[in-house]
Design a protein. Structure first.
Length: 225
């Protein structure tokens, strides 16, 4: 990595690895290792200080138990990231890359694909590692779009609508959208009609564009503060 990138800033939380990394990377003057928790790092500030304000690419083998918080940190915060290429648990990659109507399609699929085009780069089955882990892995590429593909009136309401749509997967949208908390059943029926979405459909059948359209209709009915 250090031989092809202008500058690499690596964040490593494990203190015991720092001396090893410093020795291993000693001959690379464009690599800097920082011993911190990535979830507590002000990445915007780091990019300004260390990487001339970006743009940047995130490349990592992510700890599986905090994969989603790390990925969403880079997508939701105002970080000039163009690409995210990470090795994650296979099931998580499948969910990030899923399409409507499949069992893996859900809130994570939409949260990632709202910002990115996704690509399965490589598969890393468990037998490729020593010691062998209990899960298979996948390298997934998330290519951040320079412009918003799905215009929504309120990102907050968009993601609340998505969450509500998947809150009760076996129920129809007419019922699951009740978890929004501020729409009556008749109002839910009305916004679905306005969005041209059959009230008997389930959340996992809706495309991101349909969720965007629906959330804009929902947003129009948010009670004024």
């Amino acid at each position: 990595m250090g031989k092809v990138a202008d500058k690499v800033v690596a964040i490593e939380i494990d203190k015991t690895l720092i001396p090893i990394l410093k020795e291993t990377l000693d001959d690379l003057d464009n690599v800097e290792v920082i011993n911190k928790d990535i979830l507590k790092v002000d990445v915007q500030e780091l990019v300004e200080e260390k990487l001339n304000g970006g743009p940047v690419k995130l490349v990592a083998n992510l700890p599986y138990y905090i994969t989603t918080p790390i990925v969403m940190k880079f997508l939701e915060e105002d970080i000039p990231v163009t690409d995210i290429v990470v090795m994650v648990q296979k099931e998580v990659a499948d969910r990030m890359n899923a399409v409507p109507g499949t069992k893996d399609y859900g809130t994570l699929s939409i949260a990632v694909q709202y910002y990115c085009d996704t690509e399965i780069v490589a598969k890393a089955p468990r037998h490729m590692f020593i010691p062998q882990p209990n899960v298979d892995s996948t390298v997934i590429g998330l290519h951040v779009r320079p412009e918003i593909k799905y215009p929504v009136d309120s990102e907050e309401i968009f993601f609340k609508t998505v969450k509500a749509g998947f809150s009760q997967r076996r129920k129809t949208l007419l019922n699951s959208l009740s978890t929004l908390g501020f729409l009556s059943k008749e109002e839910i029926r009305e916004v679905l009609l306005e969005a041209n979405i059959d009230e008997k459909r389930r959340g996992e059948t809706l495309s991101i564009q349909e969720f965007a359209t629906l959330s804009n209709k929902v947003n129009a009915k948010v009670p004024s503060k």
